[in-house]
Write a protein that binds this ligand. Structure first.
Ligand SMILES: Cc1cc2nc3c(=O)[nH]c(=O)nc-3n(C[C@H](O)[C@H](O)[C@H](O)COP(=O)(O)O)c2cc1C
Length: 186
């Protein structure tokens, strides 16, 4: 798959088969992630890969409670309603969750890890896998309990929780708004 094709065919996938993702493939995704640029070439990323369904269920439950207690501004009432459903799994039963954390919580921690995350999601698409950034997990993963669940020290900053799996089907493209552009030139 060439780059343009990967950029245009990557979708947020929310339904997966039960098939696990081979560790060799997960390692290739992580290898793509670490090719991202980073400020002052810090390469501050740390990867936690969670494949244990019980651990994923625990994180989903804790994250839902955390979002409901402190809803982010961008979360709508429809989303909150969804999170109140005890059966709703924020990870959509994906076989793997990769959380990219920054080992340094400095000014560029979020940018560095986000660039790595996009590489990882494009690489997943090129491998025929589905992925989705799960923002609902972010705030709880940033708590002391969340960091403990990830096996990272308190000084790390979890940034990008990305689920990965074999898609049940590819969702249709979400239409893009036309870009707003101001040209400043001669
Ligand atoms: C920072 C961020 C947080 C997101 N959080 C969630 C989430 O918690 N749950 C979810 O189902 N999708 C989540 N998404 C996926 C977006 O909803 C999705 O990317 C968007 O609808 C566009 O669809 P596309 O990725 O297929 O183009 C998130 C995406 C980003 C970038």
């Amino acid at each position: 798959m060439d780059l343009q094709q990967a950029i245009r065919s990557r979708r947020a996938v929310r339904a997966f088969t039960a098939q696990p993702v081979d560790r060799a493939v997960l390692l290739r995704l992580i290898d793509a992630a670490i090719q991202a640029p980073s400020a002052v070439n810090e390469q501050p990323w740390f990867f936690t890969v969670i494949e244990d369904p019980a651990a994923l269920r625990r994180i989903s439950t804790a994250s839902k409670a955390h979002v409901l207690a402190t809803p982010p501004r961008a979360v709508s009432s429809t989303h909150l309603q969804m999170l109140r459903d005890p059966q709703f799994d924020i990870f959509y039963h994906a076989p793997a969750l990769i959380v990219i954390s920054s080992v340094t919580a400095n000014e560029w921690a979020v940018e560095n890890c986000t660039l790595a995350a996009e590489n990882l999601m494009l690489a997943a698409c090129a491998e025929g896998l589905g992925s989705c950034w799960i923002g609902f997990a972010q705030t709880w993963l940033g708590t002391a309990a969340g960091k403990a669940a990830l096996g990272v020290p308190p000084s790390y900053l979890p940034v990008a929780p990305i689920i990965v799996g074999h898609p049940q089907s590819m969702p249709p493209a979400v239409p893009r708004k036309p870009p707003e552009i101001r040209w400043i030139g001669t």
